[in-house]
Design a protein around this ligand. Structure first.
Ligand code: GLN
Length: 490
C-alpha cells in the first residue's frame, strides 16, 4: 500500500469508513511529510500541528460513533493564505499583513469545519494573489515538486505544490485570472475555477472582486468534485452567490468540444500543444467530436484583464493603510515627520512589494478623471464582447478545450525582470474570469526538459476545459476521461 499521505480524498474516506486507519494516522503522516518535504518545497507559510491533531481526534470519535459520514470527515487539507481562519495569522504573503490575525472564519472554512475536515495550515502565494510564479511572495518562493529549479506557477503555487508533493490530501486556492488553473497545470494536479458566484468569497481577501473565486486543487477529478460540492452554495454574506443547482452532466457520447484557433497560435510551446492534441484525439475515440471555433476577441483579453483587475485592486487595497489594517512604519520607528498622510505613504511604501505597488498605480491611473472613459469604461465594453464570444461558442459546442498555459514551468528569475512576459503566462486563463464561466485544468501529459545538472526532468502539461455558466459537472465528466486515458497510457 502507498503511504497514507499519498492517498486521495476518496481513498481516505473509504479507509476511514472501513477502519483501515484513523484520521490521526493520516494527519500525522501528512505532518511528517511536511517536515520532510517543506524545507525544500516551501509550500507552507504556517502549519497548525496541534489544532490539526485535535480536529483529527474529533473526526476519529465521530467515526467510532458510526452513522453517515461526510466525505471530508478527518481529511487533512491546506488553505491558501488569503482565506481567513479565525485566530490564525493570514498574510496573503504580504509584509503589510505579517502580523494580521483573522477575526473570523471565511464561509468556505466554516463549511469545511462543519464537514469535519482537518486543516493542516496556510500555503504560500504571490503577494495578494498577484503573479504567476509565487516569486512575488514576501516570504520566499515555493519550488515545483517536479523540478525544484522551476516555479510551481501562481498565485496559488503553495496550494498546488503542497498537493503535488503530498504535503496534504487536497487544498483550496483562489483564481482571479488563472491562479488555480496555471499552478495546477505546472504541478501536475487538478484545479477548478468555479462559475463566478458558485462559491462564497466571504473571508477571501479581495484582489479583484468581480473576478475572484475560490476553488479546489486536488490529486484527482473525483476529489475536485467532492471538495467543490462541499464549498459551493449561496451565502447571505456574499450577495453575488447563487443557489443554482448546476446544469445536468453531459457525457462524452456525442459531446461537441470546441477548439479555439486563438488558443493554439503564436507563443504556444509546441510540446504543450502536442500533448493537448493527443489528449483531445483520445476523447474522440470515446465518442466526442472536435469542432473548430473562434473566440475573436481573445487578443484583447490580457489588456482588458490588466485594466479591470488593476482598477479593482487599487480600490480593494486602499484599506491597508497601517491604521485599520496592517504594518505601520510609525509603530516600528518614531518618524520625525508624523503627519497622517506621511504615515499612510510610508506604511504602504514599506509594506507592499513591487508588483502590488505597480498594479495599485496602474489601477489608480485608469480610474482617474480624464482616463476613466479611455481605459476603465472601454475595458468594461470589451469585457462584454469577450463574454459574447463564449456565448456564441456555447451555442455551437458543449465545452471548449485548449492548453491551460502556453508554456512549461519556467525557471526562477526567468520572467521576473519583464512583467509583460509574466503576464503572458495568463493568456488562456483570464478571459474565463472576465466571463464568469467555470474552467478546470487536468493533467494531460508531460514534456521532457533538462535541469542544470543535465539530467532530464518530466514537466507536467495541463489541459483546460471551459464550460458554460454552472456546467461544472460536465467539466468533471470530460476531465475524468482525460485522466483515465492518461493513466492507461502510463
Ligand atoms: N497571474 C494572474 C495575475 O497575476 C492571475 C492572478 C490570480 O488569478 N489571482 O493577475
Amino acid at each position: 500500500m502507498s503511504s497514507l499521505y499519498e492517498l486521495t480524498i476518496a481513498d481516505v474516506f473509504k479507509g476511514l469508513r472501513e477502519k483501515k486507519f484513523s484520521s490521526r494516522e493520516v494527519t500525522t503522516a501528512c505532518l511528517s511529510r511536511i517536515e520532510e518535504a517543506d524545507p525544500l518545497i516551501h509550500s507552507y507559510l504556517s502549519v497548525f500541528r496541534d489544532s490539526a491533531l485535535e480536529q483529527a481526534a474529533r473526526a476519529d470519535e465521530k467515526i467510532s460513533e458510526g452513522g453517515s459520514l461526510s466525505p471530508l470527515l478527518g481529511v487533512p487539507l491546506a488553505m491558501k493564505d488569503n482565506i481567513l481562519i479565525a485566530g490564525s495569522v493570514t498574510t496573503a504573503s504580504s509584509k503589510i499583513l505579517e502580523q494580521y490575525v483573522a477575526p473570523y472564519d471565511a464561509t468556505v472554512i466554516q463549511k469545511l469545519k462543519a464537514e469535519g475536515a482537518v486543516i493542516l495550515g496556510k500555503t504560500n502565494m504571490d503577494e495578494f494573489a498577484m503573479g504567476s510564479s509565487t516569486e512575488n511572495s514576501a516570504f520566499g518562493a515555493t519550488r515545483n515538486p517536479h523540478d525544484a529549479e522551476r516555479v510551481p506557477g501562481g498565485s496559488s503555487g503553495g496550494s498546488a505544490a503542497a498537493v503535488a508533493a503530498h504535503e496534504c490530501i487536497a487544498s483550496l486556492g483562489s483564481d482571479t485570472g488563472g491562479s488555480i488553473r496555471q499552478p495546477a497545470s505546472f504541478c501536475g494536479v487538478v484545479g477548478l475555477k468555479p462559475t463566478y458566484g458558485r462559491v462564497s468569497r466571504h473571508g477571501l481577501m479581495a484582489m479583484a472582486s468581480s473576478l475572484d473565486q475560490i476553488g479546489p486543487i486536488t490529486k484527482t477529478v473525483a476529489d475536485s468534485k467532492i471538495l467543490f460540492e462541499a464549498i459551493a452554495g449561496s451565502d447571505p454574506l456574499d450577495s453575488t452567490t447563487s443557489n443554482e443547482a448546476g446544469t445536468p452532466e453531459k457525457n462524452l457520447k456525442g459531446l461537441r468540444i470546441g477548439i479555439p484557433k486563438e488558443y493554439f497560435g503564436e507563443g504556444l510551446d509546441s510540446r504543450v500543444g502536442d500533448s493537448v492534441h493527443r489528449a483531445l484525439e483520445k476523447l474522440v475515440v470515446s465518442g466526442a467530436t472536435l469542432v473548430d471555433i473562434s473566440l475573436p476577441h481573445s487578443d484583447y483579453a490580457l489588456a482588458t484583464y490588466y485594466i479591470i483587475m488593476a482598477a479593482e485592486v487599487s480600490a480593494n487595497l486602499a484599506r491597508f493603510d497601517g491604521i485599520r489594517y496592517g504594518y505601520s512604519t510609525e509603530r516600528d520607528s518614531m518618524q520625525k515627520d508624523s503627519s497622517l498622510l506621511s504615515m499612510y505613504t510610508q506604511s504602504r511604501a514599506g509594506g507592499f512589494g513591487r508588483e502590488v505597488k505597480r498594479r495599485i498605480m496602474l489601477g489608480t491611473y485608469t480610474l482617474s478623471s480624464g482616463y476613466y472613459d479611455a481605459y476603465y469604461a472601454k475595458a468594461q465594453k470589451v469585457r462584454r464582447l469577450i463574454q459574447n464570444d463564449f456565448k456564441d461558442a456555447f451555442s455551437r459546442v458543449d465545452v471548449i478545450a485548449g492548453p491551460t498555459s502556453p508554456i512549461l514551468p519556467f525557471r526562477f528569475g526567468e520572467r521576473t525582470r519583464d512583467p509583460l512576459s509574466m503576464y503572458k503566462a495568463d493568456i488562456y486563463t483570464v478571459a474565463i474570469n472576465l466571463s464568469g464561466i467555470p474552467a478546470l485544468s487536468v493533467p494531460c501529459g508531460t514534456a521532457e526538459e533538462k535541469n542544470s545538472k543535465g539530467l532530464s526532468v518530466k514537466l507536467p502539461v495541463g489541459l483546460q476545459l471551459i464550460g458554460p455558466w454552472f456546467s461544472e459537472h460536465t467539466l468533471f465528466c470530460v476531465s475524468e476521461a482525460v485522466e483515465r486515458n492518461l493513466q492507461n497510457h502510463e
